[in-house]
Design a protein around this ligand. Structure first.
Ligand code: 28F
Length: 663
């Protein structure tokens, strides 16, 4: 039957535009060249090629439904309600458009994408590859009220020659129909494929993915090999990739809803690029980014992802600076910080795609990076700056700030571990006068304020079990410092080295070299401040030392009462009253500091376990102490002032110690 020459098709396309290339025999000889493999992946590529042709028709706005059916005999039927493959006769080929599409490699205008628009598929090898590797292919086209039919088959002739994808007869008109669209059934050739059994889950997952990527298109899937009710599934997502991100975050806690969505298009020298992005942060820490080009998953990423990441980081840092979350002096936050907990889908539509990478799933086109960067910059900025989105924008920014802090802390901890190993190898800092005994159960470490007191303590102590570590000047206020600075401070380093336990994460109580760690400082304000600084250090970096009761404060006497050769010591005013009550003709000395006592006096009053008094440091309410340490030692001045004004009594032992429940 002579078909009339085709009228101009949409897009001004005629069947004559279909470029004709070599026959299908080549495909049979080396199928891997065309569909990757003859295993399960290659088998499913057969289906994707046909499905992508239907999806292209939908993506171009001419179809709204795509149906896939796996038949009992393992043949597969795909159908769409688009315009139908052109049935007109190709001027040069003198055969129908259907025959050209199914017998000529790279036919179907997919290679010169400009005329046919965007096409997905297995990099556009065309339906003819499916024909070459099938036992048979049946094509039905419903268009302009008529139904057309054509069958192709592959067979071996009597001489054993292979004939692939040969038309059984030209396209035939079968009568009238109200339907419109294309329906294709193909039977994968079991001489080519290791298995001809499609996998239900693989097909189902891909159809769902395509439904997300092509918003509003209905995908029906029937597997007639299944008994019972799970043989039919359908997917349609009016929200497209927004619904995709919601689905991906379904088992997580989203920080805002619905996901952020924007799209844009850019004309580049190589053609138009359309970009759609949906994104939503969850309260987790992993980043999951899913990118596609013409519905093909780009699992190895590529220039579109690079463009998104760099532009998203820039737009977010600009936002943080604009609203004051980041001050001029602050460093910018990293992309990783902004993408912590981010689920994002990028869907690009473009022509002349360059795929790279191990599995050819990385996008190489450089123009895609600049196009995505520009679209993110122009479309996301106004979304973030729109006041009605303020909480979303600030939620994202705050999470990134936290991530940056956590990252910094992790880095510090790592460098501390390195430092620790340095510490362990560091020679004992000269200051420590260690004791001769090696039994941690008995040994005591005195941390003594000032060199002169340190000198008296070294002379006055019992060197069998008493070690002396004199502190020059005040130790660091660790509350305001990073751990590296703590480790750099000589005083802190010598304490850490002397203790032997390590600090922070690496603290090991079992390595403690002393049963008692005793702080000896003057009873005046300086002494009180030093005690507070040391307790802060212990609380922040060796808290277990306190909670296991190893930390004490030595109590030097405040007064010396002497009458003749009789010497008494008073440790506070009450005691002085008791000692001097009714006493006549005595001399009274108020000790200003430890340094005023000679070694013997220091031994008698403060070091000798027989008659010294020690105050054990305990933590009754850690949370309260936590709050207090931050309050008293942190850098918020006002709250500290208020607290001290309200609570301080400078005649008593330092306020900080009182609150730490000394007993
Ligand atoms: C079940 C699989 O293959 N659907 C298809 C079309 C529609 C057109 C088309 C296909 C132009 C000439 C290259 C119709 N009218 N489903 C499908 N639907 N191919 S494949 O044209 C093919 C190109 O050959 C079509 C106007 N323009 C395009």
């Amino acid at each position: 039957m002579e078909n009339k020459p085709e009228k101009k098709l949409d897009h001004g396309y005629t069947v004559d535009d279909i470029r004709v290339m070599e026959g299908l025999e080549a495909v049979r000889v080396r199928p891997g060249m065309y569909i990757g493999s003859t295993g399960s992946r290659g088998l499913h590529h057969m289906l994707w090629e046909i499905v992508d042709n239907a999806v292209d028709e939908a993506a171009n706005g001419f179809a709204t439904e795509v149906s896939v059916t796996i038949n009992k005999d393992n043949s597969v039927t795909v159908e769409d309600n688009g315009r139908g493959i052109p049935v007109g006769i190709h001027e040069k080929m003198h055969v129908s458009g259907v025959e050209v599409v199914y017998t000529q490699l790279h036919a179907g205008g997919k290679f010169d994408n400009d005329s046919y628009g965007f096409s997905g598929g297995l990099h556009g090898v065309g339906a003819s590859v499916v024909n070459a590797l099938s036992k048979y292919v049946e094509v039905e086209v419903a268009t302009a009220g008529k139904l057309y039919y054509m069958r192709f088959h592959s067979y071996r002739d009597d001489e054993g020659n292979m004939h692939s994808g040969v038309p059984v007869e030209p396209l035939k008109e079968m009568g009238r129909t109200r339907r419109q669209g294309t329906k294709v059934t193909f039977m994968p050739d079991d001489e080519v494929f290791e298995t001809v059994e499609m996998n239900t889950e693989i097909v189902s997952k891909r159809l769902r993915e395509l439904a997300y990527l092509n918003k509003g298109v209905l995908f029906r899937f029937t597997d007639n090999r299944i008994k019972g009710d799970n043989k039919y599934r359908e997917y349609r997502y009016e929200g497209g990739i927004v619904d995709f991100v919601t689905y991906l975050n379904a088992d997580k806690t989203a920080l805002y809803a619905p996901p952020i969505y924007f799209q844009g298009a850019r004309n580049t020298e190589k053609g138009m690029i359309v970009c759609e992005i949906a994104m939503q942060h969850n309260d987790g820490y992993t980043e999951s980014l899913f990118s596609y080009v013409n519905n093909i998953p780009t699992t190895e990423g590529g220039t579109h992802e690079t463009g998104f990441k760099s532009a998203f980081t820039k737009v977010m840092n600009d936002y943080c600076r604009k609203v004051g979350i980041l001050k001029d002096k602050d460093a910018s936050l990293s992309g990783d910080d902004f993408r912590e907990g981010l689920t994002c889908v990028i869907s690009l539509k473009m022509s002349s795609i360059q795929f790279e990478g191990q599995t050819k799933t990385r996008l190489g086109n450089t123009e895609a990076r600049t196009a995505v960067e520009s679209i993110v910059q122009d479309e996301l900025t106004p979304i973030l700056e729109n006041l009605k989105n303020a909480d979303i924008s600030n939620t994202i920014a705050d999470k990134a700030v936290k991530a940056a802090k956590a990252r910094e802390a992790a880095r510090r901890a790592k460098s501390m571990a390195r430092e620790k190993s340095k510490l362990e190898n560091a020679p004992l800092v000269g200051k420590l006068s260690s004791c001769t005994g090696r039994n941690p159960e008995l040994n005591e470490l005195f941390i003594v304020e000032g060199d002169s007191a340190g000198g008296s303590a070294k002379q006055g102590r019992d060197r069998r079990f008493q070690a002396i570590l004199p502190l020059r000047g005040k130790p660091l206020n660790v509350e305001k410092r990073r751990i590296e600075q703590v480790l750099e401070n000589d005083e802190c380093r010598s304490i850490i080295t002397a203790l032997g336990t390590g600090i922070g994460e690496d603290f090991e109580l079992k390595n403690l070299k002393y049963n008692k760690v005793i702080i000896l400082s003057d009873a005046d304000q300086d002494g009180a401040h030093i005690r507070a600084l040391l307790l802060t250090f212990f609380y922040r970096y060796t808290k277990e030392l306190i909670t296991s009761g190893h930390v004490y404060m030595g109590m030097p006497p405040l007064y010396k009462v002497q009458k003749g050769n009789d010497v008494r010591y008073a440790y506070d005013d009450e005691e002085l009253q008791r000692i001097t009550k009714g006493l006549k003709g005595y001399t009274l000395q108020r000790y200003k500091g430890l340094g005023e006592m000679n070694p013997e006096q220091l031994w008698e009053t403060t070091l000798n376990p027989e008659n010294r008094s020690l105050v054990q440091v305990t933590i009754e309410d850690a949370a309260y102490v936590e709050h207090l340490v931050t309050l008293l030692m942190g850098d918020k001045v006002q709250p500290r002032k208020e607290y001290i004004t309200e609570h301080a009594d400078f005649n008593k032992v330092d306020t900080f110690e009182d609150k730490v429940k000394l007993n």
